[in-house]
Write a protein that binds this ligand. Structure first.
Ligand code: SAH
Length: 235
């Protein structure tokens, strides 16, 4: 997701910066901004980033939040505490969906480990975002909050899911062939009488329509089975 920027405001622990970089890279994000980090660059950040040091090396450091988000079309402020806030508060899933639909760079802004975001930082953003959690203990570790956001963005866009599918999907023609075959087998076996007014063909169609990712091979298996059942039984 090229349009997503992760902004960490005044992070105190460099280890969290590294862990955030790793969380981002695992979810396909790379645009990291650090606003006035207490200690950066730092070896602890590199340790925690492991193989995501490229994200760290590309991270830009800004003096103020305003500078870090000025070219964005929308900024989401992440907060564990939402009660005292009056502008719209949405959950992280809704925010990820909104970000995916945005027409330009979008920032997700995180606060300092101890103090969270200041009121001024929150006001610089348009929407407040909450990660639903235990009301008695709703504050996540900074890098873990970044992970949840990055994961939700990944799931919204699902950029690579199609890639993992190796089986050929069934075409409409494959489906129609299966329906026709099922009906024929049902008639031949006397399970179904077309004159009876039974809605069996429609019911079977509905059943398979609920499998939108039906595979061609699965259709072939079912048709092979029908064919075997249709063979006259050998004595
Ligand atoms: N003690 C701080 C929490 C800081 S945690 C406070 O009470 O605000 C560091 C940052 O992680 C937060 O500023 C916020 O950006 C993010 N974060 C942690 N838990 C979160 C949650 N449940 N929802 C949204 N953001 C969260």
């Amino acid at each position: 997701m090229q349009n997503i920027r992760i902004v960490l405001c005044r992070p105190s622990h460099p280890g969290n910066i590294g862990a955030a970089a790793r969380a981002m890279k695992a979810m396909g994000l790379s645009d990291l901004r650090l606003v006035a980090p207490e200690k950066f660059p730092a070896p602890e950040a590199r340790w925690m980033a492991t193989n995501a040091v490229d994200v760290l090396d590309q991270a830009k450091v800004n003096a103020t939040l305003a500078e870090a988000i000025s070219d964005c079309v929308h900024a989401f402020a992440l907060s564990a505490r939402t009660r005292e806030w009056s502008t719209p508060v949405i959950d992280v899933r809704a925010a990820a969906a909104a970000a995916a639909a945005a027409g330009g760079p979008v920032a997700f802004v995180f606060g300092n480990e101890q103090a969270g975001l200041t009121n001024e930082e929150m006001l610089a953003c348009q929407t407040l975002v909450h990660i639903p959690a235990n009301p008695e203990f709703s504050s996540l570790n900074l890098a873990q909050a970044v992970q949840v956001v990055a994961y939700e963005i990944f799931m919204t866009s699902k950029p690579e899911t199609g890639k993992f599918r190796t089986e050929k999907p069934a075409t409409i023609q494959d489906r129609e062939g299966l329906y026709e075959h099922l009906e024929r087998a049902a008639i031949e076996s006397k399970f179904f009488d077309p004159a009876s007014g039974s809605r069996l063909p429609t019911r079977l169609r509905r059943l398979f329509s609920r499998v939108p990712d039906l595979e061609r091979e699965e259709v072939n298996i079912l048709r092979g089975l029908l064919k075997a059942l249709q063979q006259p039984k050998s004595k």
